[in-house]
Design a protein around this ligand. Structure first.
Ligand code: GUN
Length: 291
């Protein structure tokens, strides 16, 4: 039987630890970590994520500064807001929910967040730090989804050294930072993507397979080696009929799961871990700023 990687449970455990840390910060410094959450426009999926992030932050005692802006605002107004938050002493983390409306230069916006408050770990300084840092640098701000995937893997208590890891997807948010984290664990890492030749054959060699390509149930049993560990980052809504839809991952879970050592479900796998890691980054920013 495969081990089903229960992201809700692991995220809850991390949140309990963060609560204790935040209580200690409160006792010692008479304040709590603050997270500014910026959403521009009303993309439905973004609203769901922002709501979930805000709720989770409140649960662990993080103070949320909510900034929901109309999609008609100018880029300059958003840059001004970020500048204010960069200088606001009670704000330790700043998150700009992506994607931004097409008229915005996303990278320019991410670059304007001061690296010390970069709750997503997307600023070039933090991307660079992740790539050159030692394995256990606790002060790093690490992109939340790949960090959550790594923590799920660690739950298995297996030796990751020398394992053949294949990451499907080369995004800045997941694929590339995931590869960096796995390299730090001394895995042998391959990134495959939409233009890769023989993608199935390469995936089939993976001891650890991370699917972050955004294609519903693309990864079937022909892609997965017997006994592999499979982490599914995909969150895809598919229509069942006129009135009904459901969430599925990038992995064809029911077909793939039987032959795996461990597999993460969708929902209830990586999703809750992403949110817990955002809270971890905010707490880390706060600790770094108070040190
Ligand atoms: N959109 C999709 N994933 C993410 C994420 O991890 N952070 C932000 N800010 N936006 C996202």
């Amino acid at each position: 039987m495969p081990h089903i990687l229960d992201g809700k449970k692991v995220a809850q455990k991390l949140k309990e630890q963060l609560k204790v840390e935040i209580d200690n910060i409160k006792l010692k410094f008479k304040r709590v970590p603050g997270l500014a959450v910026i959403q521009v426009g009303n993309v439905a999926a973004s609203s769901v994520y922002v709501k979930a992030k805000t709720k989770a932050a409140n649960e662990v005692g993080i103070n949320v500064f909510d900034h929901h802006l109309k999609d008609t605002i100018e880029q300059g107004e958003l840059l001004n807001l970020i500048n204010q938050l960069n200088n606001h002493n009670d704000v330790d983390g700043i998150l700009v929910q992506l994607p931004l409306p097409k008229s915005f230069n996303e990278q320019k916006i991410l670059d304007s967040i001061t690296p010390e408050k970069d709750a997503d770990g997307f600023h070039p300084i933090n991307v660079g730090k992740l790539s050159i840092s030692q394995k256990n640098d606790e002060n790093l701000l690490i992109p939340c989804t790949p960090f959550g995937c790594l923590l799920l893997l660690k739950e298995l208590n297996i030796d990751l050294v020398g394992k053949n890891a294949v990451v499907i997807g080369r995004s800045n948010i997941v694929g590339k930072p995931m590869a960096q984290l796995l390299i730090k664990e001394s895995c042998t890492v391959t990134i495959v993507h939409s233009k890769t030749v023989d993608i199935e054959k390469i995936c089939k060699k993976a001891d650890i397979l991370i699917a972050a390509i955004g294609k519903p149930e693309l990864v079937n049993k022909n892609w997965v080696k017997d006994g592999a560990i499979v982490i599914d980052v995909g969150i895809n809504r598919i229509k069942l009929n006129e009135n009904k839809s459901k969430l599925v991952g990038d992995v064809f879970f029911n077909e793939v799961k039987e032959n795996t050592m461990a597999i993460s479900p969708v929902p209830g796998g990586v999703g809750p871990m992403t949110i817990a890691c955002l809270l971890r980054n905010t707490t880390t920013s706060c600790k770094n700023r108070l040190a």
